[in-house]
Design a protein around this ligand. Structure first.
Ligand SMILES: *Cc1c(COP(=O)(O)O)cnc(C)c1O
Length: 375
């Protein structure tokens, strides 16, 4: 067994003992108890998005999808857009580019609107592109672009998409559960997130919160069998079951994670802890001389990108490996142009854990002979 390490990453994340403990059961995938858990998970996820339950007049449905977050995005992209449709992808990082890539694989006509990785997507620019282009039926954007940690203005972009009559798809993978999202106010048609990000479950499945009318339109549009979003939903509606083997243990863990989210005070309670983590991180990193990539006003409390310091003895691979030996996992960067690394402040972590990481960083830098990263 490997030793316990704290994950300062964009996911999978550190989880609580009770979340891990919830997996010490073998649930039958068609058993009544298990199906009850699946039903409660679907209802609670809608509540987090501010939507009423479907049987209570709500306009949204929750569809669980096996696999990592990318599978659920691909489920939406490959199921929601008709053969004659056209997708506009708003890109300011690697996750936006990934959506473009999957649309191309499915031979979906696609346009991209690229923004620099250190800039938020401008609703005005989106409005202009939608007005200038012909035939765009769908628009997709990433909420927190985990490449940098920047948060795009999804409500304003949603209003613009709505104005142009485009179906609106939001990848809220690394934000849902930690940054408040009101589905209706955001005018989102399909929002995607996963089990192992801010809800603090373990990997194994992802979920889509979809407007029912849009979901119904997706009937018979799917380009794959296993990622057919409509069929997956219809399966849940008919017998409460996943169409194919569900990640039973991950679902049990997730239900526990949802209870813990509620006990923490919901999204606002969780946001407060993550914000405190982030504040502790920024203070400590600045103290060591590390420079954040984003301007402070664009920086989220989810994950932070730091530039490699110019000190000749700083080697990221070495820095990262030594921290790992001490029980702390940080993450490489994902920027196209600049060498950088990332530190996440999400998951079952609190400010004392961040302080512990900072202390080890100072020790490792000293061992590497990097007295000050700015030297
Ligand atoms: C984590 C993440 C994904 C999905 O990644 P998987 O590795 O497939 O779980 C997609 N978009 C964003 C913004 C993410 O942070």
């Amino acid at each position: 067994m490997t030793s316990r390490k704290l994950l300062f990453t964009p996911g999978p994340l550190t989880t609580s003992a009770a979340v891990k403990g919830a997996m010490l059961h073998d649930a039958g995938s068609r058993d009544r108890d298990f199906l009850g858990t699946v039903r409660k998970i679907r209802e609670r996820l809608l509540t987090i998005g501010g939507a009423a339950a479907p049987n209570n007049g709500g306009a949204y449905e929750c569809v669980l999808v096996q696999g990592s977050g990318t599978f659920a995005i691909e489920s939406v992209i490959s199921s929601a857009i008709p053969r004659e449709g056209k997708l506009l992808v708003l890109v300011n990082g690697a996750y936006g580019r990934r959506i473009t890539q999957m649309a191309r694989i499915h031979a979906i006509e696609t346009e991209t609107l690229e923004t620099a990785e250190n800039r938020k997507i401008s609703p005005k620019a989106v409005e202009e592109r939608l007005a200038a282009s012909h035939g765009i039926t769908h628009a997709a954007v990433v909420h927190c672009e985990t490449t940098t940690g920047i948060v795009n203005p999804i409500e304003e972009i949603g209003a613009v998409a709505k104005g142009a009559g485009a179906v609106y798809i939001v990848d809220a993978m690394s934000s849902f559960g930690a940054i408040p999202v009101d589905l209706a106010a955001t005018r989102v048609d399909f929002l995607i997130s996963s089990a192992n990000k801010c809800i603090e479950g373990v990997p194994g499945f992802a979920f889509v919160l979809a407007r029912r009318d849009r979901l119904l339109e997706a009937k018979c549009r799917a380009r794959t069998l296993s990622l057919d979003l409509y069929a997956q939903w219809a399966g849940f509606e008919s017998d409460g079951q996943f169409r194919f083997t569900p990640p039973t243990h991950a679902l049990l863990a997730f239900y526990q994670a949802l209870l813990e989210l509620e006990m923490e005070g919901g999204v606002s309670g969780r946001a407060a802890r993550y914000r405190a983590n982030h504040t502790a991180l920024m203070g400590g990193m600045a103290g060591m001389g590390f420079e954040a990539y984003l301007a402070p006003e664009d920086q989220s409390y989810i994950i932070t990108t730091f530039r490699y310091p110019s000190h000749p003895r700083f080697r990221f691979e070495d820095f990262c490996a030594r921290l790992s030996e001490l029980g702390f996992i940080i993450y490489p960067g994902k920027l196209t142009a600049e060498p950088c690394f990332r530190v996440g402040t999400i998951g079952q972590l609190s400010p004392p854990d961040v302080e512990a990481l900072l202390k080890k960083m100072r020790r490792v830098l000293e061992e590497m002979g990097v007295a000050s990263v700015t030297a």
